[in-house]
Design a protein around this ligand. Structure first.
Ligand code: MSP
Length: 658
């Protein structure tokens, strides 16, 4: 990432806006922490910074999640968004703007974009026919399906045919390719840029940007039959964040974004093609850079996702780390931030393991940084009566090293290589530790070489001050604690990148040593303890009787489920869908219902005929593989059904089950 070429020289950084039907996990936190580090770093540099994030709240998926909880979509999103904001606060994320796609000014901005592009002919009415993945809100080509399922989330897709508006992405393919070729910094890292270029070279197809009208989406202006496609709506957030279309001052101040961070999964089809094509059609400058980072996967090598049940709540991880180490939760949060950005080069994938986290915590934080502070301050306390000395002759020896590292950090940050920037900062920590070892202030004291002693201790304390500034974007609260222990809080000197030079430490102030910030962890004991806790959690989940607590549902919630006995009248295989059966079930209603069930591998259609099954009768209808399903039948077993839930005595179809 190069400094912005936008007119005001400002730094506008964005994260994707997050889907609200998920809880924030380590993966989402990664993008947001990285953006926060950049924002804090650029604020330290004294630049005007706008750091925006938010939530993506429309889409059928959200409407369905709300319905499943017996809530109105707005109620549901309000509740969930509060959870996201709470998480960001807990992770020390200091954003400037938080947009919700349900914000009225965003809705107006999206409709404005849509209207403008329809007027210019970039959006036209056509017919959409094909597959749609509801969880990912993505239209898919037949060739993109994997085993008939969504390549992204591996779940079933639906067949849809409907009139729809299309955005003429194809018209911008050449211009976009040229732009990417001419601006090597536009799509980062380079490997992703190449992927995007080959994607464009295969030809861009027009993107369907509307769907049949749904209640919970932004309506297409002047066409009541259609709603705006959630990705079109979501991408426009980067514009509405900065006052588009009305607030020209805001736009002039911040547009275009300096850096847009996204995960690699949402780069090619969305941020690197649809998004810049939309901007070209709107005659707006493109962002300076879009950086796609890699994915965090679990220690077992699986994608982290709710459906796999391996979601890591970052705040719970920090709380556990605090418990294990004795550090404050705030410091533990910072340590997790440090780990995520240090462990893997930004752009590559990483696998999250506790052992990895604890090893870094001990080696880098407790041993290197913590130890430097824990040995320096007691020396000042013992030999200099807690007072920072005057630099005096001979001081400033670490100056060249500080300058070298500062330059290196600046270079690495300009490339968004957080891991390398941290590695550079750790070189300075190593140099300061080495300096103390070689200059032996304890010997200088013994030999009463007071001037030399003061010069050495001044230099080390001064270097710790610089380190406090340098680590502050990554570990803001720990840096504040370093600042406090150095006695700088009382001076009201603010951290500033300009002060990352030697000899800026004020003299005569009193240091305020405190508890070690990063206490060492006994890794073997800690991992045994974690293992025991995991096993205990697993066991209690298995014997779970959710009588009380957050996971328990109320009797009122249970009463919302309408379970009824149904007699299977017909059972058919669905061509091309090996796992599915289409059942016709009598529920005692005027018409029998059609239900699609994923039981074809375990049950023969014939053995189901006339069986009295249990049906969830008030589930919103959905279309699975082009077949409408008007309910769900209950079966025992996890992913794979093992036995059907049937009644042991004859009872009429439609009988309620409680
Ligand atoms: N709502 C869309 C984005 C619209 S932006 C105009 C979306 N939301 S998301 O909640 O699914 O994902 C948001 C971000 O989290 C993406 O950048 C995604 O890559 C990132 N991550 C989600 N899981 C992740 C990991 N396990 N690892 C790293 N980042 C991942 O997509």
């Amino acid at each position: 990432m190069r400094p912005s070429d936008n007119s005001a020289g400002s730094f506008y950084i964005t994260t994707p806006i997050y889907y609200v039907n998920d809880l924030p996990h380590v993966g989402h936190s990664y993008t947001t922490i990285a953006a926060d580090v950049h924002a804090r770093y650029h604020r330290l540099l004294g630049e005007p910074v706008l750091f925006s994030t938010g939530t993506d709240e429309h889409g059928q998926k959200v409407a369905r999640s709300a319905e499943a909880r017996g809530m109105k979509p707005q109620e549901f999103v309000d509740e969930v968004v509060a959870g996201w904001q709470r998480m960001w606060e807990r992770l020390h994320i200091d954003y400037d703007r938080f947009i919700r796609t349900t914000d009225p000014h965003h809705v107006l901005a999206v409709q404005h974009v849509f209207r403008r592009l329809r007027e210019s002919g970039d959006i036209y009415l056509g017919e959409y026919q094909g597959w749609y993945c509801i969880p990912c809100e993505t239209h898919l080509l037949e060739s993109e399906l994997v085993d008939g399922c969504c390549p992204q989330c591996q779940r079933a897709v639906e067949q849809v045919t409907e009139p729809a508006y299309f955005f003429r992405t194809s018209a911008y393919a050449d211009r976009l390719r040229e732009h990417i070729e001419r601006n090597p910094e536009f799509i980062l890292p380079e490997s992703r840029r190449n992927e995007v270029l080959s994607f464009i070279k295969e030809g861009l197809r027009d993107v369907c940007v509307s769907r049949s009208r749904t209640e919970w989406d932004i309506p297409v202006p002047d066409d009541e039959t259609q709603s705006i496609y959630v990705w079109f709506d979501a991408l426009a957030n980067y514009l509405s964040q900065v006052g588009y279309p009305d607030n020209q001052d805001e736009l002039a101040k911040w547009w275009p974004p300096t850096l847009q961070l996204v995960g690699k999964d949402i780069l090619t089809r969305f941020h690197a093609t649809l998004w810049p094509a939309m901007l070209m059609a709107l005659d707006l400058p493109l962002p300076d850079a879009i950086f796609a980072h890699g994915w965090w996967i679990s220690a077992e090598g699986d994608k982290i996702s709710k459906s796999r049940g391996n979601v890591l709540d970052p705040y719970e991880v920090a709380q556990e780390l605090a418990e294990i180490s004795g550090a404050t939760t705030s410091v533990a949060v910072d340590s997790l931030r440090y780990f995520l950005l240090r462990e893997v080069t930004f752009g590559l994938d990483g696998s999250f393991s506790w052992r990895g986290l604890l090893t870094r915590f001990n080696a880098d934080l407790a041993n290197d940084l913590g130890n430097l502070l824990n040995r320096t301050l007691p020396l000042v306390e013992r030999y200099l009566d807690k007072k920072i000395p005057h630099p005096g002759p001979g001081a400033g020896e670490l100056g060249p090293e500080i300058d070298r590292v500062r330059n290196l950090v600046e270079e690495e940050m300009a490339e968004s290589d957080f891991s390398a920037a941290l590695a550079a900062i750790w070189q300075l920590i190593a140099s300061a530790n080495k300096f103390l070892d070689s200059r032996e202030p304890w010997t200088l004291h013994k030999e009463s070489k007071q001037v030399e002693l003061e010069a050495v201790l001044y230099d080390v304390v001064d270097c710790v001050r610089v380190l406090g500034i340098m680590v502050s974007p990554f570990m803001p609260e720990s840096a504040d604690e370093i600042w406090r222990q150095l006695g700088l809080e009382a001076t009201q000197i603010e951290k500033s990148w300009r002060d990352c030079h030697a000899m800026e430490m004020p003299s005569d102030i009193a240091i305020a040593p405190g508890r070690p910030i990063f206490p060492r962890v006994d890794i073997e004991r800690a991992t045994d303890r974690l293992q025991a806790r995991r096993e205990h959690d697993k066991k209690s989940q298995q014997d779970q009787v959710p009588a009380t607590g957050a996971s328990a549902i109320s009797i009122e919630q249970f009463a919302q489920l309408e379970l009824r006995v149904g007699t299977v009248l017909e059972a058919h295989r669905i061509p091309g869908a090996d796992k599915l059966l289409r059942l016709i079930i009598d529920l005692g209603e005027d018409q029998p219902r059609q239900v699609v069930a994923g039981i074809a591998e375990q049950f023969n259609p014939r053995e189901l005929l006339n069986v009295n099954v249990v049906v969830v009768a008030n589930l919103a209808p959905t279309t699975i593989r082009g077949v409408e399903s008007q309910g769900m039948i209950l079966a025992a077993g996890g992913e794979k059904p093992e036995a059907m839930i049937v009644t042991d005595r004859v009872c009429p179809p439609g009988t309620i089950v409680r």
